[in-house]
Design a protein around this ligand. Structure first.
Ligand SMILES: Cc1cc2nc3c(=O)[nH]c(=O)nc-3n(C[C@H](O)[C@H](O)[C@H](O)COP(=O)(O)OP(=O)(O)OC[C@H]3O[C@@H](n4cnc5c(N)ncnc54)[C@H](O)[C@@H]3O)c2cc1C
Length: 378
């Protein structure tokens, strides 16, 4: 299969916010070699943006350059990666699981306690990988079920949910240098992972295309139930928190998420719009005194590194009265005020930006804390 190049591509269906924007050119590649071939010939003065599923992006305008997207799709236990021939293009489970099965040895024979290294193409939908692992009885990804997006971006973003972060599963990240076309492999430590953060979002930003990720999952019984109400939900569903399978935990996580977050295919959003602020003790005392004075109840807070305090952005936004508020076609999700939505499907970037600015100003006025967007503005 050849490279797909679409001139003047519409990106509406390429970003979960549903912003109606376009780019000069959309290039989809199916192997490292196809990407290299494109990089050799590309007009070098043009801006380049690599996207995955577009679920953490807010396009603020048309993109005046080339948008790259990986269609490298395979899941293979590492032993099966003969020749490390990345670019083996297999269809994800939802489309044709037969192909994936062919690429993978029978790991149902894996001893129950054994760790398994999986090499996964960057274009695999993250939740397809979670489903695949759960079907095979492999622990590690189940709490991260249903997070939108693709495997390549998961390694860029260090996705996390319900007490698990992908950094704890990642062994190494395979990349192509977008300037030279050379292959570069980053070990976990080189990726400098932090909370929803990595070197790919900082000093390495825009320099590499992630083509494959090697992750470590395990057959050893290891459910993580201690975050939030996960254990309660598991007991409610199964009557016990013992003798679980990854598939059972995955189901509970999916049900929990569906009740809280908008389904991207129904309501446009990019998930949590703002980061949870880490504030100083002094700032925290200000927030606490506002809450006391105005009868807002106890302030949820968590000590974090550097003597700072994390206060959930959702709590502050909620206390400023934003839950369910609409501004034209843009809105704040009614069960999770951290999520801004394209409420009608017709919101323009300016409407989302206007709402974002209003929320930032109101939280600043009331609590003295400046919220910072988590969603990347393009
Ligand atoms: C409803 C909803 C719920 C969400 N819940 C969560 C959650 O619970 N936890 C969480 O952590 N996140 C969550 N998110 C955010 C989002 O799903 C993640 O950040 C996800 O990893 C983004 O993946 P993507 O493929 O859509 O990447 P994109 O949004 O397309 O890109 C994200 C970043 O990765 C870069 N990138 C993408 N692919 C590559 C590649 N192959 N090579 C190099 N760079 C690349 C992009 O340039 C960009 O900087 C949620 C989003 C939505 C819409």
């Amino acid at each position: 299969m050849a490279l797909t190049v679409i001139q003047g591509a519409d990106l509406s269906s390429r970003n979960t916010f549903g912003m109606r924007v376009s780019c000069r050119r959309l290039v989809e590649y199916r192997s490292e070699q196809e990407l290299r071939d494109y990089l050799v010939d590309r007009p070098s003065e043009e801006p380049l943006l690599h996207i995955g599923g577009g679920s953490n992006l807010l396009f603020t305008k048309d993109f005046p350059g080339t948008v790259l997207h990986s269609c490298i799709k395979f899941i293979e236990p590492l032993e099966a990666a003969a020749g490390e021939g990345s670019g083996g293009c297999c269809t994800p489970p939802g489309e044709n699981s037969g192909l994936l099965k062919k690429a993978s040895p029978d790991i149902s024979a894996t001893p129950a306690t054994e760790e398994v290294l999986l090499r996964v193409g960057a274009g695999v939908v993250w939740d397809d990988l979670c489903a695949w692992c759960a079907e095979k009885g492999l622990w590690g990804t189940e709490n991260l079920s249903l997070i939108p997006g693709e495997v390549g971006a998961a390694a860029v973003q260090n996705i996390g949910a319900y007490g698990r972060e992908v950094k704890d599963l990642i062994v190494r990240v395979e990349c192509i240098d977008l300037k030279t076309g050379e292959k570069v492999v980053f070990d976990n430590g080189d990726c400098r992972y932090g909370y929803r953060d990595s070197a790919f979002k900082n000093e390495l930003k825009g320099k590499y295309a992630v083509t494959a990720v090697v992750l470590k999952v395990t057959g050893e019984y290891s459910p993580e139930l201690d975050y939030g109400h996960v254990r309660e939900a598991v007991i409610r569903e199964y009557g016990s928190d013992e003798k679980l399978t990854p598939m059972m935990v995955r189901k509970v996580i999916i049900d929990t998420r569906k009740g809280k977050l908008p389904e991207p295919s129904e309501v446009g959003s990019a998930g949590s719009f703002f980061r949870n602020p880490y504030i100083t003790e002094n700032q925290y005392r200000t927030v606490e005194s506002v809450a006391e004075r105005e009868g807002l109840g106890p302030v949820p807070h968590f000590p974090v590194e550097g003597g700072l305090v994390k206060v959930p952005a959702a709590w502050m936004i909620d206390k400023c009265g934003w839950k369910g508020v609409r501004r034209g076609n843009a809105g704040v999700w009614d069960t999770q005020p951290l999520v801004l939505v394209n409420a009608t499907g017709k919101a323009s970037p300016d409407e989302i930006l206007g709402l974002e600015n209003e929320i930032i100003a109101s939280v600043k006025n009331r609590f003295g804390v400046t919220l910072v967007p988590e969603v990347e503005h393009i």
